[in-house]
Ligand binder design. Structure first.
Ligand code: FRU
Length: 463
């Protein structure tokens, strides 16, 4: 199958065909970014969990390769391959390096019966072919929580010169169990972090505060993007915040590229939910990834907070820029008059709502409306039941700043909204046929002032 179906996402990753869920094993090998993903090779619903595989030089243009890790049987146990991480074994800790090519190690949950465990597979040819370590038996045995222990995150901790695994174990109360290893196969218990919010797909990353590399903090988050910021000494996490949350709508189970250049932290999330795309929109796939975003920590009035913002590599997709500058919106004024045939859109705007009741962005396939009184962003997208739903709530921030700043990415089946430089964001499914008839940016019920408006038309990553 090709990528040219009218409703196929054009600047987001999805599998060529069939079902996809969590991103897995995201890692940079010195040349290419690898994105593995939970995949059903046999159907458009969840099942037969396999690691699909794609690579990219820039995280925007992806090539899907052969599936990397497939369900298997060991010691009379049959199981599938659930989520996890990949690392580049830069110092040959495993001792399997062939020539100059560093070994790639993938840690995953073996979803077997009677109970899950964590296992490892490695590749000496940059992910083209894989060997299951010890035939796919455990490197971390079941910890006594049955299937409620999964999705190992593994990373190198430079100050303590060892590898670390963070593993979500135990639903109630939630718990993150930390292990350390020198050789990537013998794992020692280090500590337990009890957290009620923790559920599935823990990720752990290190980020400077306000870009200051002498002030590095550790960010931990789970599948729902509940997060805390603190410190990690190689064995134990100590928090410096309360439990926080970011990211709404169809955004789940995100993770970040291990070993990305210059300490950069880029995240990709699974856009969970929405209607079954294959059944509803005449495409060969179901589900897709959100657009890759840089994570950063910035000091705000409330303390240090996480910001999420689309990677600048998106610039390579821009085919046309409309710089509309300042526009006064009042009854009957459409800031988009004169711009025709929009399709794939990256829109940035800053506005003061004035005495308008709504500021409306009627874009291809979706209408996004800022409700001034409620300080929420509504849209005409679709949830699992095919109904339109509410979007990101931006109240606290907007009342402080008076001005609203927004960025919207519109693809064939999705809209992503980033408010206030990504201090808040939502990723949502839309229905290609439910959008407004005419493209327009206007106010309702009064006058609003746009300080700055930039619309960039994007081209497809598949061409
Ligand atoms: C999260 C999740 C993971 C699991 C995977 C199975 O979406 O439930 O915890 O490893 O999906 O596909």
């Amino acid at each position: 199958v090709g990528y040219d179906q009218p409703n196929r996402p054009q600047f987001h990753f999805m599998s060529k065909k069939n079902w996809l869920n969590d991103p897995n094993g995201m890692v940079y090998d010195g040349k290419n970014y690898h994105l593995f993903f939970q995949h059903n090779p046999k159907g458009t619903d969840w099942g037969n969990m396999t690691w699909g595989h794609a690579t990219s030089p820039d995280m925007v243009h992806w090539t899907q390769l052969d599936h990397a890790l497939l369900p298997y049987r060991v010691d009379r146990q049959a199981g599938t391959v659930f989520s996890g991480t990949a690392v580049i074994d830069h110092n040959n800790s495993l001792g399997k390096q062939v020539g100059d090519t560093k070994t790639m190690c993938a840690f995953y949950t073996f979803a077997g019966k009677p109970a899950f465990y964590q296992a490892m597979a490695y590749s000496t040819d940059s992910g083209a072919s894989w060997t299951y370590w010890n035939e796919g038996r455990a490197v971390v045995e079941n910890q006594g929580f049955d299937n409620g222990e999964r999705d190992p995150k593994v990373f190198w901790h430079e100050p303590s010169q060892h590898w670390v695994m963070a593993l979500w174990v135990g639903e109630k109360p939630g718990r993150v169990r930390w292990f350390t290893s020198k050789n990537l196969v013998d794992w020692e218990f280090a500590s337990d972090l009890m957290r009620d919010w923790a559920f599935e797909c823990m990720d752990v990353v290190f980020l400077p505060v306000d870009g200051d590399e002498n002030n590095m903090k550790c960010l931990i988050y789970d599948a729902s993007f509940d997060y805390e910021i603190g410190t990690f000494d190689g064995k134990e996490f100590k928090t410096e915040t309360e439990a926080l949350q970011i990211g709404r709508g169809n955004f789940y189970a995100a993770q970040t590229f291990n070993q990305a250049p210059n300490g950069r932290v880029v995240q990709i999330g699974w856009m969970r939910g929405g209607p079954n795309a294959a059944e509803t929109f005449d495409v060969p796939h179901n589900q897709q990834m959100a657009f890759p975003c840089d994570l950063s920590l910035k000091t705000t009035d409330d303390g240090v907070r996480l910001f999420v913002s689309p990677i600048s590599e998106i610039d390579s997709l821009v085919s046309k820029t409309h710089d509309l500058g300042q526009v006064k919106l009042s009854d009957g004024i459409n800031a988009l008059s004169g711009i025709q045939n929009l399709d794939l859109v990256d829109l940035e705007v800053t506005f003061s709502p004035g005495n308008a009741s709504e500021v409306v962005f009627d874009l291809p396939r979706v209408s996004v409306r800022y409700d001034v009184k409620k300080q929420v962003l509504n849209h005409t997208g679709v949830n699992d039941k095919g109904e339109s739903e509410l979007q990101i709530c931006i109240d606290k921030l907007s009342s402080k700043q008076g001005k609203v700043s927004l960025r919207l990415l519109v693809d064939r089946l999705t809209v992503e909204a980033f408010a206030f430089d990504g201090q808040n964001f939502g990723a949502h499914y839309i229905h290609p046929n439910h959008g407004p008839k005419t493209m327009s940016i206007h106010s309702v019920g009064g006058d609003a002032l746009i300080h700055d408006l930039k619309i960039r038309e994007l081209k497809s990553t598949w061409k």
